[in-house]
Design a protein around this ligand. Sequence first.
Ligand SMILES: [Zn+2]
Length: 246
Amino acid sequence: MPSETMRGIVLRHANYRDHDRMLTLFSPEKGRVDALARGCRRPKSPLLTAGEVFAQGEFVLFRSQDRYTLTSCAIADTYYPLRLDPYRLTCAGYLLGLALAAVQPGEAAPELYALLLEGLGGLAYHEEELPLSLTTAFLLRYAGVIGYKPRMNHCAHCRTPLGISGGALLDVEAGGLVCAGCAGSGTYRLSAAQVDWMRAVLGQESLKAVGEAGLLGEDRTDLFVIFREYVESRLETTIKGSRLLP
Ligand SMILES: [Zn+2]
């Protein structure tokens, strides 16, 4: 029997017939995989939990030509606490939307997968982490994963080395910080705290402790808005749910 087992997480589902769902899975090894979950909306279905977004674990799929049908799933996590906090749930939904926008069928994406699981874990289980800081840190790291890591050390236009203290100018279109001479009408002015925070996030291996770096109030909200634009302009799409934030 052509059965395949893969790690993954449910990014999206669409109801199908009376009791079924089409799931969009993200597998770190296989990228996007669409699979039919038969009967998963029946209350006693063994696939009930696997048919929900955020369900993460090991999925067993039956393959027939190019179609996959889910046969069983060993759930590792559902990020349940997200359901208890609408704001964190919205942030987490945004992370799923970003993953969905980047993942392609048949293309491994282990770095993005690890980043997604870390982001969801932070939102679900680390109450001390501020959800919007975590989401902004995710955007910064995500930009790097999809090939658009923001330039921080040299002007994104003319390559002039930039000072490392004080505030800075960010040009979304150019893809990073720019010097005063290259700043134009679409340039955002960033505070020293924002630039320090960005450097800290980009310089560490994990999303952990992004809240402790102390990005406060408007600095936090503004940076999220800027990097939402930065990422979504590169994806050339608006991610579902992103306008519900901050
Ligand atoms: Zn320049």
